[in-house]
Write a protein that binds this ligand. Structure first.
Ligand SMILES: Cc1cc2nc3c(=O)[nH]c(=O)nc-3n(C[C@H](O)[C@H](O)[C@H](O)COP(=O)(O)O)c2cc1C
Length: 456
C-alpha cells in the first residue's frame, strides 16, 4: 500500500485552553495541566483536538517560527503526556482513538516477512463515528475508512507485514490485531468466549469511554416502563395468601433452612398443591408496596421479598405447570400485585416443549412438576442504567433464585435452579416479543423430595 501518511491528533472532545502561562487540557479522563510551555507549542496544541497533523510537520513549523531544538523536544514531551487522548492515524485508512486513561500505544518492531491477523476478540460495528473496530482487550477504538476494507477483509486470515506495514503496526499497537498466537495459546484467554469477554468488559466500570451507570439516558424521550406490568387478559386463579405470623412461628430456623438447602431433581409421588404454590409466590415474589417517584428516583419503584437493583423490579414470572394439585396443567402469568395467576392461551405442545427443555437441563433427571420461567422487561432497567443493565438483570435473577431456593426448602418443596432455557420457545409460549421481554432464568419446583439424598 502506498500514499499513506502517519498523523497524530487529539480526541475531538479534548478542550485546550491557556491562561496566565498555564495550559489546561480537559478531556473525558480528567484534566492535564502544563505550565510554562512556549507560546509556539501552546498554539500548536490548541489546533489538535479533532484534527490530524503530521508529527514531523509540527516540529518543522515550530522551528520555522523560531523554536529551538529544546522546544522541539518539549513538544514531543508534551505530546507524550497527552497519551490518553492522542489519536494515531494512518491516513486515509484508519484512526486509532484512545478510549481509556491507561491506553498505551506502542508500535511494535514487526519484521516485513512476519504475519499479522485480526484479534479473535475484535468486532466491527456501525457507530456515530462510522464503521469502528473494537475489542474488549483493547484500550483503543479504530475508525475505519472505506479504503481500509480490503485490508480488514484480508486480516480474517494472515497478512504479511510488508503488505501494509503502517496500518498493521497501528492495529497491533492498538491491540486489535496480533502478530503472535498468544490468544490461542494463553489458557486464560482461551477460556473466554468472544461474547462473554465483550459483555464482561463493557458491563464493568472503566476501560472505555461510553456512558456508564445510572445515566437516565431516555428520561427526556420516553416514559419509564410501568413498575408492574399490566397483567395479560385471561382467566384468573386467585392464590392463597398465607399469614406471615403463622409462617414465622412454624418455619424451621434460618440456619436449618440454609444448611439443608439443596437442588432436588427427583420428587416424591405427590406434586405441589395450588395452596403451596400460592404460599411460595407470596413469600418470594409478590409486590409488597409500590412507591415513588421521589427525590433521586424519578420513577415508580416497588418493594418485594427479594432485593432488586434500583428497586426497579424488571423481572416477571411465568409458570408452566405439568402437575399441581388443584391447578390445571398449562401456562400462567404470575400477577405480583394482585397475587394471582392469569391463564395464558399457550399451545399445549409449546408447554410440553418448555418442560422437556427444563428436564434436559437436569440431564433428564427431573420430570418437572412446575417450571418457573423468569423474564426480564429489559427496557425498565435500561431506562435508568447505561452499559450494566443486562448484567444487573442477571444478578437480580440470581437473588430471586436464592429466595426461591430458601423458601421452597423451608416449605419442604423441591427446588432446582437451571442454567439454561430456550428464549425463543419461551417468547412463543408466553406470547412475548423477546426483544422487549425475554426469558433470563428457569427454576423447577417439585413436590417433596423423593428421598433425603436425591440430586447433587
Ligand atoms: C445459576 C444456577 C444454574 C444451575 N443450573 C442447573 C442446571 O442447568 N441443571 C441442574 O440440574 N442444576 C442446575 N443448578 C443446580 C446446581 O447444580 C447446584 O446448585 C449445585 O450442584 C450445588 O448443589 P446444591 O444446590 O444441591 O447445593 C444450577 C444452580 C444455579 C445457582
Amino acid at each position: 500500500m502506498t500514499g499513506l501518511t502517519r498523523m497524530i491528533g487529539l480526541r475531538e472532545d479534548a478542550v485546550v485552553e491557556s491562561a496566565g502561562g498555564v495550559l489546561t487540557i480537559t478531556h473525558p479522563f480528567g484534566v492535564t495541566i502544563a505550565r510554562g510551555l512556549p507560546p509556539g507549542i501552546e498554539s500548536l496544541l490548541r489546533e489538535l483536538p479533532g484534527t490530524l497533523a503530521d508529527e514531523d510537520e509540527l516540529a518543522r513549523r515550530l522551528v520555522a517560527e523560531g523554536g529551538t531544538s529544546q522546544e522541539v523536544a518539549l513538544l514531543y514531551l508534551a505530546l507524550s503526556r497527552l497519551r490518553p487522548i492522542l489519536v494515531h492515524a494512518v491516513e486515509p485508512l484508519l484512526r486509532v482513538i484512545p478510549i481509556a486513561r491507561d491506553a498505551v500505544f506502542l508500535r511494535p518492531a514487526l519484521s516485513p516477512g512476519s504475519t499479522v491477523r485480526l484479534s479473535r476478540f475484535a468486532l466491527v460495528r456501525r457507530s456515530r463515528e462510522g464503521l469502528v473496530l473494537e475489542s474488549p482487550l483493547s484500550r483503543h477504538r479504530v475508525t475505519l475508512a472505506e479504503e481500509a476494507m480490503p485490508l480488514l477483509a484480508a486480516l480474517g486470515r494472515e497478512v504479511m507485514v510488508k503488505e501494509a506495514p503502517e496500518a498493521l503496526g497501528h492495529l497491533v499497537a492498538a491491540g486489535l490485531a496480533r502478530a503472535d498466537d498468544t490468544e490461542d495459546e494463553d489458557p486464560a484467554l482461551r477460556a473466554w468466549d468472544f461474547h462473554d469477554l465483550l459483555f464482561h468488559s463493557r458491563s464493568r466500570w472503566g476501560g472505555n469511554d461510553q456512558p456508564f451507570g445510572a445515566t437516565f439516558r431516555f428520561a427526556a424521550e420516553l416514559p419509564p416502563e410501568p413498575v408492574v406490568k399490566p397483567p395479560p387478559e385471561g382467566v384468573a386463579v386467585e392464590l392463597f395468601r398465607p399469614s406471615l405470623e403463622e409462617i414465622a412461628a412454624a418455619d424451621p430456623p434460618f440456619t436449618t433452612v440454609l444448611e439443608s438447602r439443596r437442588s432436588v431433581r427427583e420428587y416424591a409421588d405427590a406434586p405441589p398443591t395450588l395452596r403451596q404454590l400460592g404460599e411460595l409466590l407470596y413469600r418470594t415474589a409478590r409486590v409488597r408496596e409500590v412507591f415513588g417517584p421521589g427525590p433521586g428516583m424519578p420513577y415508580e419503584a416497588s418493594s418485594r421479598p427479594y432485593p432488586g437493583g434500583g428497586a426497579v423490579y424488571e423481572l416477571e414470572l411465568y409458570l408452566t405447570v405439568g402437575r399441581c394439585e388443584g391447578l390445571d396443567s398449562g401456562v400462567y402469568y404470575y400477577d405480583p400485585l394482585g397475587h394471582r395467576l392469569v391463564t395464558l392461551p399457550a399451545r399445549s405442545e409449546d408447554a410440553r416443549a418448555m418442560l422437556a427443555v427444563a428436564s434436559a437441563a437436569t440431564g433428564g433427571l427431573a420430570a418437572p412438576d412446575v417450571l418457573v420461567t423468569i423474564t426480564s422487561r429489559f427496557q425498565r432497567l435500561s431506562w435508568k442504567y447505561s452499559a450494566l443493565a443486562y448484567s444487573a438483570t442477571l444478578k437480580n435473577v440470581g437473588v430471586l433464585y436464592q429466595t426461591l431456593y430458601l423458601v421452597a426448602t423451608a416449605m419442604g418443596l423441591s427446588p432446582c435452579g437451571l442454567g439454561s432455557g430456550d428464549a425463543g420457545l419461551a417468547a412463543r409460549t408466553f406470547g412475548l416479543d423477546w426483544v422487549r421481554e425475554s426469558s433470563v432464568g428457569d427454576f423447577l419446583i417439585g413436590g417433596a423430595p423423593r428421598d433425603a439424598r436425591s440430586g447433587s
